[in-house]
Design a protein around this ligand. Sequence first.
Ligand code: B3K
Ligand code: ZN
Length: 858
Amino acid sequence: PPEIRREDYRPFPWLVPETRLEFELGLESTRVRSKLTVARNAKADHSPTIRLNGDGIEATSVMVDGEPAQAFTMDGSDLILTLPGEAHEIAIETEIDPSANSQLMGLFASNGMLCTQCESEGFRRITFFPDRPDVLSVFTVRLSGAKAQFPILMCNGNRVDEGEDGDDHWAEWHDPWPKPSYLFALVAGDLLARTDSFTTMNGREVELNVWVREGDLDRTEHAMESLKRSMKWDEETFGREYDLDLFNIVAVSDFNMGAMENKGLNVFNTKYVLADPETATDGDFDAVEGVIGHEYFHNWSGNRITCRDWFQLSLKEGFTVLRDQLFSQDMHSEPVKRIEDVRVLRGVQFPEDSGPLAHPIRPDSYREISNFYTSTVYNKGAEVIRMMRTMAGEEAFRKGTDTYFDRHDGEAATCEDFITSIEDGAGLDLKQFRLWYSQAGTPKVTADLSHDNGEAVLRLGQQVPSTPGQPNKKPMPIPLKIALFDRETGKNSGEQLLILDSDTAEHRFAGFDKKPVLSINRGFSAPVTIQRDIDRDELLFLAAKDDDPFARYEAMQDLITGHLVASASGDLGDDERVSARADIATALSAVIADGSLEDLMRGELLLMPSQSYIGEQLELADPGRIHAERESLKAAIGTSLHDELVQLHSRVSDVPFSMDAQAKGARKVKTVALTYLAAASPELAETMAAAQYDAADNMTDRQGALMVLTGLEGVERTNKLLDFYNRYEGNALVIDKWFALQASSLHPNVVEHVKALADHPDFTLRNPNRVRSLYMAFAANPHGFHIETGEGYRMIGDLILELDPINSQTAARFVPPLGRWRRIEAGRAAMMRDQLDRIAAFDKLSRDTYEQVSRSIG
Ligand code: B3K
Ligand code: ZN
């Protein structure tokens, strides 16, 4: 497959002011008639032809200006028409089989309903069209089909007409906003809605619907409330008002990703719509709210202003992730949300940035764009814009986003347009800052504080590591929030923002008789790793005293990570181990006892850094060893803090169920306490977890207890897994949890369990949620995936080969875990590499999987 390069962008030679589509809907056969008005684009080079993209479709009729087209040819799957004049009308008919569409791109069938997914290049699986985001068109769509099978017919925009025709009926929809084809959507099926309304800041009354299958309606309240909160928040925070009279959300159970922001008709994975306390955890509730917000916010950052080409993806995704993060911060605890977001960044994006698939947030080339919906484009993209906000301040940043929305409304814009708008509106100079868009790799910052003649001296250095195709890097502006603490008084002299924009820099701070303690990258002001010269006493001080909650969490993480890195690399004597563990236990004990902490924050401070985060700190990681050290540390803590943990568990178990922060915090801490006890006293933990399971009046407690039990070998494991299955049989989202818990467990036989689960009657490769619940959970479970026999790698290799022909987008998502081989000890690395070679040798790979595998072999 050819490589597509950013520098090759050319405007499309034709405009498509209007598109009319007619669908005769059927699960096995859908006929599509399209009519495009096209006119020469004065801003592009002249072309005698027009290229209409297609993918796996055939035209049964092609007409130009009402006559059968004489001159058309196929270039691969694209249709090329010769057009002599300035303006023409093109009419094309295709026929497609949605039920055969297991890729879930284009028009597909799911549980008897029909729906679409067009981003990025799915529209070309429906009809021939200039399927690129810079071709904007006004769509009018007529849907017709059997009344009984498809009682609800929906499309983007507003319904303008409808009628009946025997057993069939039809509806005509019109979307007044010009949009690219990737934002097109249709849904047809037997659905029910929760209906509500929202009055916008200028008094527009908007009808809101959340559409689901019968039986799911009572799990839609949270989604609807989240939508209304999103609409209000975007008005208040970014001045953005909704622009149609109708907003529809539809939940679908077979979906490749979380959700899709189609104009006025968002299509969602059921996972991000359905929630009630009995079947969804607190984390699920937060995720529903976050994704509803995210898709809604796209209405401005994505739809009103879209992307010129797919290299600009972070323009809409990075910005929209930032917007959803800020929304969730405002709805709940700001520091806890910040910690959660940083954990995702470090757990997924940092490994991506240090591996073979590293790419800038604005990539320069790709073969399959689906592979670039990455944590780098999304989460690092959000961090980069967050840095602009930090440097500008909230008020000036808002002026910058206002400028962006004013200037580019209705356009297909670039990242450069965004940066320029922020520069002009917020009054920032982002000349050097643009490097964050073009350079891949997580910068390493060194920070060294010394004391000299009444002054504290901070020496900073930065290094941006080389990444594939980018051996040499330039220094970038890195905004670092810092504070210097007096160890005696526990106070700091005020937070400052330093911008490190060169290889090295020195800052002097007057008025210190003693060396202060450095708190740096407060609030995680920059997406970098920090190597600071700091001793354990100073970390203990910050873990107990830092007034920036993120920095406090960071000190706790550094304390534990530092110890585990040393012990897993084998350079730790017995005495050192004992004293490090004692310090960690002291710090954790202080966290348990600290009455000023909210439980939600306490839960964060008590969490162990993940195995993958520890592995990231090492040049070559031995996953078996890290796992053993990490479990052994948990056991040591569970032993030395035994009484405190038992008391903590009992205190929070008395907090009655509610959705407020206090009760959520109690539930979080409850399960964290159990995880330490499980490592130290499995029998006691088994009893406590079984009791927690039985007493649970909500999914958070029940899932937490079952998670602990699945890692243990006792009889309660079997009992509760069976009970859970019987209790929720038939509820797909909860059965997904049942699969995922077993695949991510600490049980010694996890590999056998996963093998057996793959043969379970409820398992299917056709449903992406089910595939992810078993295999993504497994691939993210170092204890199973990295099992020393190599069986974990083989299972994922087998899965990729089997899934690739069915759903290549989902299959390709399993390649990155194998692609980490260069950072893993030699024995395992060879076996991981073997799997990549085995996949690469397969001659019918999809473009998605081919690209990921070849880049990973490197
Ligand atoms: N824009 C979609 C993602 C589409 C993925 C296409 N492979 C959802 C989102 O980011 O909001
Ligand atoms: Zn998005």
